[in-house]
Design a protein around this ligand. Sequence first.
Ligand SMILES: Cc1cc2nc3c(=O)[nH]c(=O)nc-3n(C[C@H](O)[C@H](O)[C@H](O)COP(=O)(O)O)c2cc1C
Length: 127
Amino acid sequence: MKEYVLKSDDFLVSQTDAKGIILFANDDFCKIAGYTIDELVGKPHNIVRHRDMPKAAFKDLWETVKSGKIWTGYVKNSTKDGGFYWVYATVYPMYDETRQAQTYLSCRRKPSSQEIQEAEALYKTLR
Ligand SMILES: Cc1cc2nc3c(=O)[nH]c(=O)nc-3n(C[C@H](O)[C@H](O)[C@H](O)COP(=O)(O)O)c2cc1C
């Protein structure tokens, strides 16, 4: 499996609706994941899920953002061609004028190799 290591100025953004359907992805996200924007919009965000990611991480992500808080964490994603890449993600609940969270925005940057090693070790202990 080929690892794609992010460049230090890569910045991957995507936005979902309340159910995790992709509404938007920026060029860096599309380029690194290996999809065109049209292949992503309307699909569930688990399209880039990597099988090594524990369910517990996404349970924590969803519980955190649904309760109106910001989630940060390390995510290993798969690319369309079967490779993978690690990101450090910050996921924000986005509020409308009624102060209800309607959509979610994830901003991702390059993690250090030490951060990746630590996340990998932690995720091996989770399901
Ligand atoms: C804004 C946002 C961004 C997300 N980004 C990713 C991502 O990059 N990779 C990923 O596997 N899951 C991401 N998720 C979580 C997915 O919605 C999903 O919960 C996860 O892939 C696990 O799939 P499952 O819920 O079908 O088990 C994101 C969720 C939100 C709200």
